[in-house]
Design a protein around this ligand. Structure first.
Ligand SMILES: Cc1ncc(COP(=O)(O)O)c(C=O)c1O
Length: 473
């Protein structure tokens, strides 16, 4: 008994106890004998469709840090002058630069975007519902409307504060929160007063519509601009649209500090409160005196040195990412795919990640489980799992689109709202034609993030494009 690896018609199958399932070209998706096929993977490098393509000499990354030299200087200065803790010139300067760039009155430098989101959510929770008792979150069982198609860090802080996430479906125009679905959510849950809104992959969402809806319901907005620093909406920077807003300087972002995040606000009182919470909530006493729960969330002056050194290159990075997006767009002409969209009338993305979406009728069959996936290649068609596998086989890093939060096991019981109303339990075993697919699930099935590293050469990108094209042969 055990696993065995076999090759069959260019497909590597791993079979259980010698019983194989003919996945390639076959229609049978189960072994039919209760034995489990755990994985099937194309052997791309010996597949004739990819003949003549050589592996990349070095790995082509999804989005890696790009250092320029100034970072070293500011970090060295911090070390030379012994300002390596959570105060110093680098911190002051990155707060000033970020507030100025985002058009906000105040910025508080924190250890991560997640920390900034946590304190932003807590602050809004306290504004809405008062200061909680110690040990209770500021949201104490209250529902919060959240972007669904985003990274988990956007929504987890709602749970840290004891709130209940309600996920709002996505629209096809920018892959962000759908205002129509938000409207539906307010009619289902009229008492909700807080919305956490992300701009996915650096593309601004439908800000005007969402703000209008929030205003009419007296709801506060926590704007997660972690991925969209430098992107604008109607010429105004993302990071300026929330009651509080957040930027991330994580290693994969448009500019980085190796880690780090920024809390943004126009209120001095809010900035002071978040700064206090982030440094263990010390009261004005000579000894350690605490009247509120504190956190160790402040950015270090060393990390701030890296962020400070990156700042002059923000626009350059955006320009490089834009060129990557345009080359993909050009290179994929004639293929049944589209790039991640944005509204050219109002939005100017930072192009952080280039993504593609396969047309519905050009999708081969693909099934994803909790950790593994299977697909069945069909000539003229492909799917994200095939393309990602092919890219990986030649040394390029892509990624599935962020799996929507309402599909995540941890949030499986959270309410989910689409533009047609409640998004859970929409099929009916006794009524035909009730298959329910929401926008988020559809994008997740058909989309993928392409290598978008600003150090990727044109030649490397051409090879990426060629690999994608060959997947459709
Ligand atoms: C949309 C979004 N929100 C929040 C975060 C969290 O930021 P950080 O990694 O700095 O904690 C990330 C990425 O890391 C993100 O992509």
């Amino acid at each position: 008994m055990g696993f065995e690896k076999i090759s069959w018609k260019g497909v590597i199958q791993i079979r259980w106890d010698g019983e194989a399932c003919p996945l390639s070209g076959g229609k049978n998706w189960s072994t039919g004998n209760g034995k489990e096929v755990i994985m099937s993977r194309m052997d791309y490098r010996s597949d004739l469709r990819f003949a003549g393509i050589k592996p990349f000499a070095g790995k082509v990354w999804l989005s890696s840090p790009t250092m320029h030299g100034w970072e070293q200087m500011y970090v060295d200065e911090a070390i030379r002058t012994n300002w390596v803790s959570t105060v110093g010139e680098n911190i002051n300067e990155v707060e000033r630069l970020t507030a100025e760039k985002a058009g906000r009155n105040y910025a508080v430098a924190l250890s991560s975007g997640t920390a900034a989101l946590h304190l932003g959510v807590r602050l809004c929770g306290e504004k809405l519902y008062g200061q909680p008792r110690v040990g209770r979150g500021a949201l104490g069982g209250k529902k919060v409307f959240c972007s669904d198609m985003t990274f988990a860090a956007t929504v987890n802080p709602v749970v840290y504060e004891g709130g209940e996430t309600v996920f709002i479906d996505t629209e096809y125009d920018t892959w962000n929160m759908d205002p129509e679905a938000l409207d539906q959510a307010f009619s289902l849950y009229p008492d909700v007063r807080l919305v956490v809104l992300a701009h996915l992959y650096g593309v601004p969402g439908k800000i005007d519509e969402i703000r209008k809806i929030c205003e009419s319901h007296n709801a506060l907005i926590v704007e997660d601009a972690a991925e969209s620093f430098g992107a604008t909406y109607r010429g105004i920077e993302t990071g300026s649209f929330g009651d509080v807003s957040v930027i991330s300087f994580n290693g994969n972002k448009i500019i980085t500090g190796s880690s780090g995040g920024m809390f943004l606000t126009d209120s001095k009182a809010d900035a002071d409160k978040v700064r206090k919470w982030s440094t263990q909530s010390r009261e004005a006493a000579a000894w350690y005196q605490h009247e509120e729960t504190g956190y160790n969330y402040r950015m270090s002056n060393v990390v701030a040195g890296v962020v400070r050194g990156q700042f002059p290159y923000l626009e350059e990075h955006i320009g490089q990412k834009k060129a990557i997006y345009s080359r993909y767009q050009e290179g994929f002409k004639g293929l049944p795919v589209r790039m991640n969209p944005f509204d050219r009338e109002v939005g100017s993305p930072n192009y952080w990640l280039s993504c593609l979406l396969i047309e519905d009728d050009a999708m081969c069959r693909q099934v994803r489980g909790e950790q593994e996936s299977l697909f069945e290649h069909e000539p003229g068609k492909s799917c994200p799992e095939e393309i990602l596998g092919a890219l990986a086989a030649f040394g390029a890093e892509g990624r599935p689109l962020w799996k929507p939060m309402h599909m995540q096991p941890v949030y499986r019981m959270s309410p989910f709202v689409t533009k047609d109303g409640g998004g859970r339990g929409r099929t009916n075993a006794y009524i035909a034609g009730t298959a329910g697919c929401d926008v988020g699930a559809d994008l997740f099935a058909r989309g993928l993030c392409l290598p978008s590293d600003n150090k990727m050469t044109k030649e490397e990108q051409e090879k990426v494009i060629e690999i994608v094209k060959r997947c459709f042969l």
